[in-house]
Design a protein around this ligand. Sequence first.
Ligand code: SAH
Length: 353
Amino acid sequence: MSDGTAIADQTADKAAAATADPTKQMIDILGGMWVGRCLGVAAELGVADVIGDGRKTTEEIAAAVKAHAPSLFRLMRALASAGVFREEGHGVWMNTPVSGLLRATVPGSMRAAAIVTMSGEHYTAWAALDHSVRSGETAADHVLGKDIWAYYREHPDRAKHFDQCMVDFSAGIVAAVLKAYDFAGIKHLVDVGGGHGGVISAVLQKYPKLKGTLFDQPYVVEGARRTLELFGVAERCDRAGGNFFESVPAGGDGYVMKFILHDWDDERSLTILRNVRRAIAAPGGRLIVIDAVIPEGNGPDWGKLCDVNMLVMTGGVERTERQFKELFAKANFKLTRVVPTESPLSVIEAVPV
Ligand code: SAH
């Protein structure tokens, strides 16, 4: 980091310290866990869908979601204090723009994201963050007795939320990626670990001549048809099931990987990258990695928190630009550029050498 940046950082820190009451800051940070968990429960119960565009009493909601009305009231009041739901007269509830995102089917829905982040396997694993920090081991493996992908294979009820969460998360991110990065010139795009197809569907929709292959674990691609159809791209997109530690589909001149390399340590990431290197058209192919790129300095950055999520959930890691460059070089790729987007993720582009 240059001296200039360090000084700017210190000045910003001092300015923040001068205006904020540290005790209040601490209380707010700790309360964030409570708010997040309340949100997760409201999402699981499906409260926002029951309220819809109208108004509902606590008793009506409790009856619909099978909850204990006085306790549900307390949950809703706490959430309303954070801008999630609004009370209009005693015990009458409406959605706010934020709680509206907890509805299952609205565009931009984040219900699955709230369920995945704040309940079940993620919540349990996060309780063992201390285990990861003390030992370096993946907390999820420790508490679930298997890695998260094996867990999802055995728990379709939770995998369903995870896969939907990825589609929903991808919607905003891929819109930002499409604004910042030009896929023109690619003829056949392979999405490696593409989940239910949130990314490749949006790219194919924007580029009508592009052909696609969605590649993921067999049970995952099986469930992907709905998203491809929703975007009207099912006819231009094959689905291939497999294991990216063994091989990835050959014949593409573009290989996109979003939220893949951050799931794995360097050794496992290298195996995936080498399999892509074997499959990609060379010369002329393009590797398009979409992940967080960790900046220097103390500034707020979503990737720094997601990195801890990777420590807990997958044993993966968020990387700096230099780390991507070194990793790519070991798999015979050359990093050509990093394109920031309006989302927390960047496009890290590489070509085969
Ligand atoms: N790229 C998607 C999904 C990211 S989640 C998106 O950003 O929306 C990570 C994906 O990796 C999951 O869909 C998971 O099923 C897939 N995955 C995990 N292990 C895999 C393996 N061994 N082979 C192929 N895909 C795998």
